[in-house]
Design a binder for this molecule. Structure first.
Ligand SMILES: Cc1cc2nc3c(=O)[nH]c(=O)nc-3n(C[C@H](O)[C@H](O)[C@H](O)COP(=O)(O)OP(=O)(O)OC[C@H]3O[C@@H](n4cnc5c(N)ncnc54)[C@H](O)[C@@H]3O)c2cc1C
Length: 485
């Protein structure tokens, strides 16, 4: 990589929007993962035109550019592991339009997802994707990671709501994908190509999403189980009963205890596992009927207790507690290593048993929670990266869990992306021919390799290795001091 041309960057974005001090660069050297690497500079452009200028300059000068939304990513996607320039997109925060007549909203890429959801709700509409980080993460980051969330089981993920994007190629051309129509088959589906591309193919600057009518009624259900596999089996039973809850979350004993210690909302400390479900809809009677079915199926699956949230305040408390799961677990030990394996629903019970077995085998503490209705688990190892022996055991345990998920017909990432953290495992899951197709797409769109290098394709930085010996040549990769989130 060539040196960054600071003078020209300052001319493009303005001197006050170019950050070069060590203090500023440290703030942009990490995401919600646990490996740090300092950028050479941070630039905060105002619009797509300035982004285009930055990318043209990068192509001419040969420095690397790493797009960044809010840095809540959990696979190291916005960490500049080869140095270069971090492109902070947070100034692109205009909500251009909420259009109830067309059921759409158009926002700039740096808009926080909760702000988009609030603007839609004001118009009586719902933007369904709701990652646990919704109050912080940006819609651009959601597009780049194809983020899921708590409602994905019924409503789908980010890609299900994308209609049109504005983006900038690595060479600095501004282009549009898709259309603001509810159907379009005009040419290749570039919207889908960019969605989930983790900032490696283009920089997204504006997003048009589809909205749906706001459901008027909801019912939340809380169930406890003696064992985690029994709770996981109940998930498959609910799905087989012909009801699709909007949310169906699972938590193991370690997670329940960590949340209760943190939030003190009265979660049952004696429970071995919990399921949290919600059904929603426009007709109250239908919602009540679906809730009754979910309750019956969960009871028949052997739950110790099943109850409805008494009122909206109780409901809010429960879901707020669930959203705090990662933060709660991060209080238990200095380092959290959170994974994102996803398996077919009918293999979920096997997967949770494997996670528990692997944790026992390596004498590790794990808290497992996740979007069980999607088959998506977040086994979170609670560890201390200063202990090299324990770190090695975590690395081996995570590797076994990834391989087991693939063997069960699952995937190493349901929603957090590959980044550098999982790039070692991607070829095992998709195979060499698919990797080659991805490499060709990357080369066609970014021939000089300036956009977010070292991500998706094998970066040689291990998901959980903290050893300085794996540092790539240019990036100043170093140990993070605390766990994610
Ligand atoms: C507590 C917590 C809970 C979470 N819960 C969920 C969850 O339920 N579901 C889920 O899917 N994820 C979840 N995440 C992960 C994370 O929030 C998502 O991946 C989110 O989409 C990242 O958005 P961001 O704006 O923070 O992006 P960043 O972390 O800044 O970047 C993520 C990736 O996107 C790229 N990027 C960012 N903006 C752009 C752009 N405009 N154009 C091109 N590339 C871009 C970056 O280069 C990077 O590769 C959670 C994270 C935390 C900390």
């Amino acid at each position: 990589m060539k040196p960054v041309d600071l003078q020209s960057l300052a001319e493009i974005a303005g001197r006050e929007h170019l950050l070069t001090s060590i203090e500023d660069r440290i703030c942009y050297g990490y995401d919600s993962q646990h490996v740090e690497s300092l950028p050479d500079a941070v630039v905060c452009p105002a619009d797509a035109h300035q982004i285009a200028e930055v990318l043209k300059l990068a192509n001419e000068s040969g420095f690397h550019v790493v797009p960044r939304g809010a840095g809540t990513g959990l696979s190291g996607g916005s960490v500049p592991i080869t140095g270069g320039v971090v492109l902070d997109l947070s100034r692109l925060k205009r909500i251009a339009e909420v259009n109830p007549g067309n059921l759409t909203a158009t926002v700039e890429a740096g808009v926080v997802t909760a702000s988009l959801a609030a603007a839609a709700e004001k118009a009586g509409l719902l933007y369904p994707p709701d990652p646990g980080s919704i109050k912080v993460c940006t819609i651009g980051g959601n597009v780049a990671e194809n983020a899921g969330g708590l409602r994905a089981i019924k409503y789908g993920v980010t890609s299900d709501y994308l209609m049109s994007l504005e983006a900038v190629t690595s060479g600095g051309e501004i282009f549009k994908t898709g259309a603001r129509t509810h159907k379009s088959v005009a040419g290749y589906d570039l919207t889908s190509l960019l969605c989930g591309s983790e900032g490696t193919l283009a920089v997204v600057t504006s997003v048009t999403v589809r909205l749906v009518p706001l459901p008027k009624h909801r019912r939340s259900i809380l169930a406890t189980f003696l064992e985690l596999p029994a709770a996981a089996q109940a998930v498959a039973n609910v799905m087989a009963a012909g009801v699709v809850p909007c949310t169906l979350e699972i938590m193991d004993r370690t997670t329940i205890r960590a949340i209760e210690d943190f939030k003190k909302i009265g979660l049952p400390l004696e429970a071995g596992a919990m399921l949290l479900a919600e059904v929603d809809g426009t007709a109250s009677a239908a919602v009540e009927e679906e809730a009754a079915t979910v309750r019956r199926v969960i009871e028949e699956a052997g739950a110790e207790s099943v109850e409805f949230a008494a009122d909206s305040a109780a409901r809010e408390r429960v879901w707020e507690a669930r959203r705090s799961a990662l933060a709660a677990l991060a209080r238990v030990r200095p380092t959290t290593i959170l994974e994102d394996v996803t398996v077919p629903l009918d293999r979920l019970a096997e997967m949770v048993s494997i996670v528990e077995k692997v944790a026992r085998k390596y004498s590790l503490l794990v808290g497992t929670f996740g979007h069980a209705g999607d088959g998506n688990l977040h086994p979170t190892f609670l560890t201390d990266q200063r202990d090299p022996d324990e770190t090695t055991r975590v690395e081996e345990a995570v590797g076994e869990i990834f391989i087991a998920a693939i063997d069960l017909g699952g995937t190493v990432s349901g929603e957090h992306g590959i980044g550098f953290a999982k790039s070692r495992f991607l070829p095992i899951e998709v195979g060499a021919p698919a990797m080659e197709v991805m490499r060709r797409i990357k080369h066609a769109l970014d021939p000089n390799g300036i956009l977010n290098p070292g991500k998706v394709f094998d970066s040689q930085v291990s998901a959980i290795s903290f050893s300085a010996s794996v540092c790539p040549p240019h990036g100043d990769v170093r140990h993070a001091s605390t766990g994610s989130a």
